[in-house]
Design a protein around this ligand. Structure first.
Ligand code: F6R
Length: 608
């Protein structure tokens, strides 16, 4: 988490640093800061809260330096106040940091024993002090950074600015991404290419352990061993970075409404319409037919997409699936057979736990397939194969369109696996593809329920607790519905498998707890109806997200029924994503919450 920026510019860079930080706010937004050189002197401006607070400070007290670094923070060590905001500085240097220095306590104790005085509660300050200390001992800035880096444990990206050094910055990558951008007589550092898009489309990604000295003339890159290395320069399609809210009040609303289009675009990439079959865009370096098991890992919403996919791979391809959240996978060290397959799912492609699990699987000799939305991300670059989602940049912190595109790609992969394993014949595949291609239209139908959903949201917003229930693929959708609601409205919500209700959660049911049941009219619908009866019998208020056939068959009094179109149940999760997202969105709006930047969260979770 946290976004970092560095610019060796021709004119005053503060405005550019702020522009870049705005594009990195998705990585954290609890405080922000900037440092530049003013006549060789280090000057900092820092502010608690959103970037706009920092901008205000810069209006009151401008900076004119032509070289600078900036930071937008998601607090890990130390409260999100101005003192703990980056850049952290000594008289010799300022540093910004994304990640965690795991051994900061022992380094701090060592430095304190040498007389260093610390001002903040952060882990980052030890980096500033450590490098400064090296310079006290007559090392040059380069030598001091080179000596300090091997002493730091953890995952981090760093950018250093030195007093009196008007023509260079130093950047380092160790477990957190860092990109270099090349402009006309200017060079840039950024946590991702998106941050640098207003200035350049010429990007070099640092590799693990690399560090770089950036001057106006270019960049010198060294690997962990200190050897000069050449890393490829890529031209990035900056048009895809042009992001605005259009006529919507929030990015989340825009991104929910975009789903019919982006799911359609993603489908067009995976489906051969003329022949009614799935056609993967790239040949895969493994054969689904020979797999005895598929391991899936991801975090949060992406994990729930994986949980839906488990049902699809098992039913359509008869492929056993093991799935776990990546924060557990990475330390559980599951036995994985060589030449087996691990599938990772990630919107950002930078999630620390997902990346670590991918690396673990690779080390076990597994093939790795990444369903990922950011094609230049670390996960996309490190996986042995990539199945891209074509959702476009997702800015709202709560994942919406990336989720529905993940589901779309995962269903295509499950169908391809079924064909390869002989569990689907051509006519079954055609039926599934026919169902898939109706999805964008069905999602557009689902969006039309927005008026009803907005009305229901006013009721839901009054609740302190909400339960979501579902069976089959509707179970992970219940988990996702609850996550979406709690993360942006701060209403406590839990998702359960409908059949689990009587094993404990039923104790929570009373007329103050709305129970939202996701239930398309599928083969197990009747079973879910029994669970709804159990809720109704205890005075629970039911919201049914279902279809006309189901509503009629259930014959229950509900607080509301959100009517979804008739569909093939196999594609229901993709379409039913729409009402659960809209309900969370409108509940958060009713409650006046910060929908696009909910408290305590960040879009890209690059710390574990
Ligand atoms: C919730 C949400 C998160 C992410 C999770 C994984 O709305 O967005 O739960 O799904 O942090 O992120 P990625 O997909 O970038 O790996």
């Amino acid at each position: 988490m946290c976004g970092i920026v560095g610019i060796v510019g021709r004119n005053a860079v503060a405005g550019q640093v702020i522009d870049a930080l705005r594009r990195l706010e998705y990585r954290g937004y609890d405080s922000a800061g900037i440092a530049t050189l003013e006549d060789g002197r280090l000057e900092r401006r820092r502010a608690e809260g959103k970037l706009s607070n920092l901008q205000l400070k810069l209006v009151q007290s401008p900076l004119s330096g032509a070289i600078g670094i900036g930071h937008t923070r998601w607090a890990t060590h130390g409260r999100p106040n101005e003192t703990n905001a980056h850049p952290h500085a000594t008289p010799r240097l300022a540093v910004v940091h994304n990640g965690i220095i795991e051994n900061f306590r022992e380094l701090k104790a060592e430095l304190q024993a040498q007389g260093c005085v610390f001002e903040t509660e952060t882990d980052t300050e030890v980096v500033a002090q450590l490098v400064s200390r090296g310079m006290d001992q007559q090392l040059s800035p380069r030598e001091a950074v080179a000596a300090a880096l091997p002493r730091l444990r953890g995952a981090f990206a760093l950018a250093f600015l030195f007093a009196g050094e008007e023509d260079f910055l130093i950047g380092a990558r160790h477990g957190a991404p860092l990109a270099i951008g090349f402009g006309e007589g200017e060079t840039y550092l950024g946590s991702d290419a998106l941050a640098l898009a207003p200035f350049t489309d010429e990007i070099t990604y640092l590799e693990e352990g690399d560090w770089t000295v950036l001057t106006r003339a270019g960049a010198e890159i060294r690997d962990q061993a200190g050897t000069l290395v050449a890393r490829p320069r890529q031209r990035i399609a900056t048009q895809s970075f042009l992001v605005d809210k259009g006529n919507y009040r929030h990015f989340m609303a825009k991104e929910i409404h975009e789903q019919p289009e982006v799911v359609g675009r993603t489908l067009a990439h995976y489906v051969d319409l003329a022949n009614g079959r799935v056609a993967l865009p790239e040949a895969l370096p493994f054969d689904f037919a020979t797999l005895s098991r598929l391991s899936i890992t991801a975090c949060g919403t992406a994990y729930y997409a994986g949980l839906v996919a488990k049902y699809w791979f098992e039913s359509l391809a008869r492929l056993p699936v093991e799935i776990d959240v990546a924060s557990e996978t990475r330390y559980r060290e599951p036995p994985l057979e060589a030449n087996g397959l691990t599938l990772v799912i990630s919107q950002s492609g930078e999630t620390a736990d997902t990346l670590a699990s991918l690396r673990y699987a690779k080390a076990q000799g597994q093939h790795t397939l990444a369903v990922v939305n950011v094609p230049t991300s670390t996960i996309a670059r490190e996986a042995s194969a990539v199945a891209p989602t074509l959702a476009g940049p997702e800015i709202g912190v709560a994942s919406t369109k990336a989720f529905s595109c993940q589901l779309t790609v995962l269903l295509c992969l499950a169908i391809a696996a079924g064909r390869a394993r002989g569990t689907l014949d051509a006519s079954q595949e055609r039926r599934l593809v026919d169902a898939l291609i109706t999805v964008p239209g069905l999602m557009a139908e689902a969006v039309k329920q927005e008026g009803a959903i907005e009305g229901l949201a006013r009721e839901i917003a009054k609740a302190r607790d909400v339960l979501y229930l579902g069976r089959g693929t509707a179970y992970p959708m219940a988990l996702e519905g609850a996550l979406k609601l709690k993360e942006i409205s701060y209403i406590h919500a839990e998702g359960y498998a409908a059949g689990e209700l009587k094993h404990g959660p039923i104790a929570l049911i009373d007329d103050a707890v709305p129970v939202i049941v996701i239930a398309p009219h599928d083969a197990i619908f009747e079973k879910t109806v029994s669970n709804m009866q159990e809720v109704a019998a205890r005075g629970g208020r039911i919201v049914l997200i279902g279809d006309a056939r189901g509503a009629e068959a259930a014959g229950l009094d509900t607080l509301a029924t959100l009517m979804m179109p008739d569909l093939d149940p196999v594609v229901a999760p993709i379409v039913y994503a729409v009402p659960i997202q809209l309900l969370a969105y409108h509940a958060a709006v009713v409650l006046g919450k910060d929908v696009d930047q909910p408290r305590n969260l960040a879009k890209s979770v690059t710390v574990e």
